[in-house]
Design a protein around this ligand. Sequence first.
Ligand code: 5RP
Length: 242
Amino acid sequence: RSCRRRALGGLIEAIRMTTQDDQKRAAAREAAKLVEPGMRLGLGTGSTIAHFLDALAERVKTENIDHACVATSVTTERRAAELGIKVTALDGVLDLAVDGADEVEFGSLHLIKGLGGALLREKQIAESSHRFVVIADQGKLVSRLGERSKLPVEIVNFAVARTLARIGELGLLAEPRKQANGKAFISDNGNVIADCVLPGRIDAVALDRALKSIAGVVETGLFTAGCDCAIIGYDDGSTRCF
Ligand code: 5RP
């Protein structure tokens, strides 16, 4: 009987536990509540943002919210257009930008972004916005950057081996990103992405500066200005804002 009770307990727990995708959706739905009529919005890239687009589209449709959005990638631009969200070019200041992240450092709220390859436009839009909100599942919270993710660095598609070697001199192990078919991954801006293993705990500000002093490096996935707020979805279905 105790065996049956344990099994039943496990089943109830499994039902209560949410998937990573549920956590992303919960964070996205919270962020969608921040949108107010007339806002100019920045739209990030990735699977968490896909949920934000759905939630935003729902609000736009049901509440007829006046809005104008700028997308951080061609993928987001297409999806937003399909959902009836108005997308324009980046021109001037945005009220609110919402984006996902690969890592959110607990405390500093420094970020690693760019696993989706959109880091350059993502940083441009984050910098152009009065308010930058990150949405993520609880697995993205880390105690130090580089704990679970590589650092994406966007580099020009010229003398790639030289740029990778220069990045290596900073103690990072850098490899050009490849697509599943083995071909080089090229960003929306026509550049290569170098995925870099970080050497333990880093000074994010100093590393970002050092990487950007290398000729050939366009931008890094280190967001050292952090974010105004990180909305994290948890496995018990709740969300918390840091
Ligand atoms: C894309 C990004 C994404 O925000 C990041 O990769 C998180 O993606 P996901 O929401 O799919 O976990 O930086 O360049």
